[in-house]
Design a protein around this ligand. Structure first.
Ligand code: ADP
Ligand code: MG
Length: 583
């Protein structure tokens, strides 16, 4: 026998799609407030939203007659004017409040500006009642005991902390998209953040993410894309610091994340993620937002168009200086100011805990005596005082070299800032960029060909790539299933250990696999080559030589990171220096 499902079951099923967790309730309710033209919204949560979520707004309100309709399924005041492909409100399905009220207790208190009274609708266990209430114009919606009607779903919720984080993250996404709306966020009775209304996205981002975000990202607008992109060194362990908004709606999209990753490909270490907040405007008819009940995914009519704009948007900005800039967080993390007095290496600062920490900086600076002992430790080192007498034109980008430490680091000064530059890393990057600019790589013949023994599988890889390698300056021949002869290597490398270089290149190729894009394969081999031949690394240099090197480095793209994406220099601002000395 076929039976119709009762309404409350239908709603609970729908709720499964719309309300996955407390954060989904926040998203739906705040979006309703925005649709209601609120200019000020207050969000309160208790226990990660499991016991209470309350949203208060100063929007247009709901009339007494509409209150019961608000929680009815498929009842909406936002019927799309034209069609489903031209939607300008967040809501349009009339589903959220019906779903929420089927799985939680809900109270909606509201007053319209033209109504004398405020009214409250209370709904639990399928029963509603409406009473007079006291309230200024606007709406308060209180959702308590989420999933009390569906205990099985309750069990799927994560820890209170995780749910709290998810709630806050949803809030952040909405607050970013609406800088002109003032927000207040209260968690377990404590004010977490208050955001004033502002006309500028930059101000809003700074209020939300702090000074560090502002220092390490750049705001850019071009055509239909605007937003913040991070300097490459300011990268993170997960992609959760990448936010994408399509026509003001925050969405998740793998293709957008992967195009961002591609754009940063050669400046960020494998496994790290760039930071970005991107707003993309697309004509409504080019997207379908009705793919996912919570509307967190959209379908694009022409995704390629969108991804290629994002790609060139980021690439251009990286080239125009962003990838020359060091992250201000790097040095601070290396120094770990909060615990500098015991010179501990532990990195526990919660806000920035997953920022990339370059090994060289951490090692040299944590024992920060090394900076102060420049004069005594290294006999090759030039004494800082004397440097100032040398009448040498300083490079502007890296300032003026004042010392070399351990034959590995150049210390320079620039407008009261102290720069520490990893010689090896900048040389590596300079060579890589040179190689990438070359049309053809010339080869130099080895006087005596070198015969090396390899595993069979590696010899096969060489055989498959013989022509490819020849284009890059390697002349290699297969001698037997387990031996190859190296007859030539790229001339640009000058004198270097041909055997070790070729072994590394072949190793890299074996990791690469057949799916690897040609361009990436070239880049990878070049990076390996650059690593083998960083001309002046480990060499002692005079101030004049150092300044010449810095000058050349300053004109090199992507100079803030080595071939593997690690930071190549750090900047200690005068504020940072003051902190070190507890001034
Ligand atoms: P939708 O947003 O898709 O219309 P909802 O279930 O989220 O569906 O909301 C149902 C209706 O309740 C809305 O169309 C709107 O008329 C009304 N409503 C909900 N929240 C508010 C609010 N904060 N202020 C004014 N009206 C609201
Ligand atoms: Mg809605």
């Amino acid at each position: 026998m076929i039976k119709r499902l009762p309404n409350h079951i239908i709603n609970q099923i729908a709720a499964g799609e719309v309300v996955e967790r407390p954060a989904s309730v926040i998203k739906e309710l705040v979006e309703n407030s925005i649709d209601a033209k609120a200019t000020s919204i207050e969000i309160k949560i208790v226990d990660g939203g499991k016991s209470l979520i309350s949203i208060r707004d100063n929007g247009i309100g709901i009339s007494k007659d509409d209150l019961p309709l608000a929680i009815e399924r498929h009842a909406t005041s936002k019927l799309p004017e034209e069609d489903l492909f031209n939607i300008n409100t967040f809501g349009f399905r009339g589903e959220a409040l019906a779903s929420i009220s089927s799985i939680a207790r809900i109270r909606i208190k509201s007053k319209k500006s033209d109504s004398e009274n405020a009214y409250e609708l209370k709904h639990e266990n399928g029963v509603s009642e409406i009473n007079l209430a006291v309230l200024n114009v606007g709406t308060i919606i209180e959702v308590t005991d989420l999933f009390y009607t569906t205990p099985a779903r309750l069990k799927f919720l994560k820890s209170t902390n995780t749910e709290s984080d998810a709630c806050y993250n949803v809030f952040v996404n909405i607050a970013l998209a609406y800088p002109s709306i003032a927000f207040k966020y209260v968690e377990d009775g404590r004010d977490k953040i208050s955001l004033r209304s502002t006309s500028s996205l930059g101000e809003r981002a700074k209020d939300l993410f702090g000074e560090e975000f502002a220092q390490n990202t750049k705001y850019i607008e071009k055509d239909s894309i605007s937003g913040f992109i991070g300097v490459p060194n300011y990268n993170r362990a997960t992609s959760s610091h990448q936010r994408f908004f399509i026509n003001g709606r925050c969405i998740k999209d793998r293709q957008l994340s992967s195009i961002v990753k591609n754009a940063y490909n050669d400046v960020i270490p494998a496994g790290r993620y760039p930071v970005c907040v991107l707003f993309i405007d697309v004509p409504n008819e080019m997207i379908d937002v009705n793919v996912h009940p919570a509307k967190t995914e959209v379908r694009f009519r022409d995704i390629h168009n969108v991804t290629s704009s994002i790609y060139s948007f980021i690439k251009n900005n990286l080239h125009e200086g962003l990838s020359q800039q060091a992250s201000s967080a790097t040095a601070r993390m290396g120094l770990n100011f909060s615990r500098i007095s015991n010179a501990a290496v532990a990195i526990e600062t919660p806000v920035v805990r997953d920022i990339n920490i370059p090994r060289p900086v951490t090692a040299s600076l944590n024992a920060y005596g090394s900076i102060m002992s420049i004069k005594s430790v290294n006999t090759n080192c030039i004494i800082p005082d004397l440097c100032h007498d040398i009448d040498e034109e300083p490079t502007s980008f890296f300032g003026k070299a004042i010392a070399q430490v351990d034959n590995a680091y150049i210390v320079s000064e620039k407008n009261g800032e102290l720069l520490i530059i990893d010689q090896h890393a900048i040389c590596e990057r300079m060579l890589l960029e040179k190689l990438l600019n070359k049309e053809a790589i010339e080869s130099q013949q080895l006087l005596i060909p070198s015969v090396i023994t390899l595993e069979k599988s590696l010899v096969e890889i060489v055989t498959e790539n013989i022509e490819f390698l020849e284009r890059l300056g390697f002349i290699i021949e297969r001698m037997s299933p387990e031996t190859i002869a190296i007859r030539g290597i790229p001339a640009i490398l000058g004198e270097c250990d041909a055997d070790a270089l070729c072994r590394d290149v072949i190793d890299e190729l074996s990791h690469c696999g057949t799916a690897c894009a040609f361009e990436n394969k070239i880049r990878m081999v070049y990076a390996t080559m650059a690593c083998h031949r960083s001309i002046r690394a480990g060499k002692s240099m005079t101030i004049v030589e150092m300044n010449a090197l810095l000058e050349e480095a300053a004109n090199t793209p992507n100079i803030a990171q080595c071939c593997h994406g690690r930071p190549s220099y750090v900047v200690l601002s005068s504020n940072d220096l003051k902190k070190i000395f507890e001034r």
